[in-house]
Design a protein around this ligand. Sequence first.
Ligand SMILES: O=P(O)(O)O[C@H]1O[C@H](CO)[C@@H](O)[C@H]1O
Ligand SMILES: O=c1cc[nH]c(=O)[nH]1
Length: 237
Amino acid sequence: MPTPHISAEPGQIAPLMMMPGDPKRAARIAQEYLDDVELVSDVRGIGCWTGTYQGTPMSVMASGMGVPSTSIYATELFRFYGVERIIRVGTCGGMHPKVKVGDTVIATAAHTNASISTLLVPGINLSWASSYPLLRGAMDAAAGLTDAGIHAGPVYTSDLFYLARPEIISGLVALGTLGVEMESAALFAAAQQEGAEALTVLTVSDHLTDGSVDMTAEERETLYATAVKIAAAALLS
Ligand SMILES: O=P(O)(O)O[C@H]1O[C@H](CO)[C@@H](O)[C@H]1O
Ligand SMILES: O=c1cc[nH]c(=O)[nH]1
């Protein structure tokens, strides 16, 4: 049955899904990577496309930006549409010095300042980790694809895009945090709540300590090939 935010009929969304933040990137990924693709939901301009990838049914749907939006879509997809695996294919700002613009970050876990870490179990700050089978699939796929510019480690899911607090960045970098984005903690939390699997594979679009090499908005929309290939292979693994 359709939900308030997804109009697809049961069975129209595949158990395997790639989820960028940007609806335009979702449309591009669906057109470029899926065969026999069909638009199955378009509520609020958040399209969901279903087709096949190397013969296996796969869907692509955007999360929108931020924790609440991602939490709504991921929960409804896992709970009401039988989605089993979601891999976020997004962008992040590089934080760690070893991460360069254009590199790919595979998120093993997500630190966050969002309230989801404290809302679910009273008195506990929960940790949000990606799903190990997907992580292993992504690492295997990355090793077969390229040996340069792939990093695996924790990311930071921030509720604020504009936050001038350098001590947060330095503190997180000292703990090995690779990049900042705005959705992974919500996706990992929804997967843990619903007994499903989730992972994030990010393209580094800018760097917090070097603004000279930022990607343009068009590049953010289009430069995702490595992340998508790793994510698709991990979904099939
Ligand atoms: O490119 P996406 O996947 O949207 O990811 C990043 O870009 C947006 C901010 O510009 C946030 O959603 C952040 O997480
Ligand atoms: O959330 C984000 C995404 C990309 N770049 C940033 O600096 N922040």
